[in-house]
Design a protein around this ligand. Structure first.
Ligand code: SF4
Length: 436
């Protein structure tokens, strides 16, 4: 069986966390026997990226809190210099962060931070995020927004993750408002543990979540598959590596490992280790369960095994995208209040706004974001709205390169309206894949 080509890895920058969330395995000491206690070291990270130039993305959060790694600014600089995009999308609590770390996430263009905030008031927030302080978290978020403005950066994207439970469901709307006022995307999530503070108003939660279920168990019953099924794809696409190099496979697993040490044996060898090969075979339903492999004792595998809902190679392949997240930071030379933006893949002469464009609010929004389907020329049309009405449409051509997988461009509301069109360019297609 050939090993898949890996372009992304997930490494917990730190195994430590300062909070004491009631059903978190880190807080309960359950992760310690296998994950140990420590921080990812810059020298190990450098070695990993230099030996594996195919790595384009690194997720730095999992069971620990990445801001507790004292070398976080150096880790981010190391990735940035190699055109590797970092994110903290698994979750950060953001209760502690040095000014240097906050500046580094902006300066080194971290793709996104998902802030775990399950409450809109201190009392509710601290019922689950025990020892946490909501004001401090919001101060850190606001500082990142200020720094983004100072550096004229589109990144990091900031997301507000809200795990819906019985004790906080009444604050969902308020939390959504706090997120929106900060330009954050609000991400309601189902709780890992339905026994802890179970949801009371299930109908309300279903509406809020936009999901057909108010708990993971209900999701499984209505959809026939696990809510977290896609996490198993990590064994093919984005393996999880412990801070000390141990191959953990996926972000769920903390009770075993898959044999190799990635820092010592290399990523390719670790992906081809017999335990990884066997685990992938198990998840496809091709190999019987093997004692000692973490999947064998995982609830998700047991569920798949009982229902016969094995992974399909096509679904794994379909989940991988070659998109390049592109941020457009608008420069307001003409003192507009708003601007509309349209993007075309290729070189276009005429803007198509309407439902294919985006509105930018000066003073509120940081950037507009679209998914570029691949490298190449893109045409950006910008039209400001001033006190006297619509200003002339301005066209900019930008070149999206192959790396990094997250890029940004500054575009002005003024300038020469139409630039010369390069000869021999392909027909333009309006881009419709926008983020928030
Ligand atoms: S079965 Fe469990 S341990 Fe194995 S990859 Fe899936 S979630 Fe991870």
């Amino acid at each position: 069986m050939t090993s898949p080509q890996v372009r992304k890895v997930q490494i917990d920058a730190s195994s430590h966390c300062q909070l004491a969330c009631p059903v978190c395995p880190t807080a309960n000491g359950l992760t310690k026997p296998v994950l140990g206690a420590g921080h990812l070291k810059v020298a190990d990270f450098e070695r990993l990226l230099d030996r594996n130039p195919e790595i384009q993305e690194v997720e730095l959060s999992n069971y620990g809190e990445m801001f507790l790694n004292p070398q976080l600014p150096e880790l981010l600089a190391c990735a940035y210099e190699r055109k590797v995009v970092v994110s903290g999308s698994n979750g950060v609590n953001l209760n502690f962060a040095t000014e240097a770390a906050l500046e580094a996430v902006v300066k080194y263009r971290v793709r996104a931070l998902t802030c775990s905030i399950d409450g809109a008031t201190q009392a509710t927030y601290a019922r689950y995020r025990v020892n946490g302080n909501l004001d401090r978290v919001l101060r850190h978020i606001d500082r990142i927004r200020e720094l983004r403005h100072l550096h004229r950066s589109a990144f990091p994207l900031l997301d507000w993750q809200f795990v819906v439970m019985g004790h906080n469901e009444q604050e969902t709307e308020m939390a959504k408002g706090l997120a929106q006022s900060r330009g954050m995307q609000f991400l309601p999530r189902l709780s890992w543990n339905a026994d802890h503070s179970p949801v009371v108003n299930t109908e309300l939660v279903r509406i809020e979540m936009g999901l057909p279920a108010a708990s993971r168990e209900e999701f499984r019953q209505s959809e026939g598959v696990s809510y977290t099924r896609s996490l198993c794809y990590q064994l093919w696409q984005a393996p999880v590596v412990n801070w000390n190099g141990k191959m953990l496979g996926c972000c769920v697993n903390y009770w075993g490992d898959f044999g190799a040490n990635v820092f010592e044996e290399g990523l390719t060898a670790a992906m081809q280790h017999p335990l990884m090969e066997q685990a992938r075979g198990m998840l496809l339903g091709e190999t019987a369960a093997v004692p000692g492999i973490p999947c064998t004792t995982c609830d998700q595998y047991r569920e798949m095994s009982a229902s016969g809902t094995w992974l399909d190679p096509a679904e794994i392949a379909a989940s991988q995208s070659g998109d390049i997240l592109t941020g457009l930071v608008l420069k307001n030379s003409l003192q507009a209040k708003f601007a509309r933006v349209a993007v075309h893949e290729g070189v276009a002469e005429q803007a198509v706004f309407g439902s294919l464009g985006r509105v930018f609010r000066f003073g509120t929004d940081t950037a507009v974001y679209f998914r570029a389907g691949g490298p190449g020329l893109y045409t950006i049309f910008v039209q400001g709205l001033g006190a006297g009405g619509w200003l002339p449409v301005v066209r900019h051509l930008v070149e999206v390169r192959e790396r990094p997988v997250c890029q940004e461009f500054e575009v002005d509301t003024s300038g020469s309206s139409i630039e010369a069109t390069p000869a021999g360019t392909r027909p333009a297609v309006p881009v419709s894949s926008w983020i928030r």
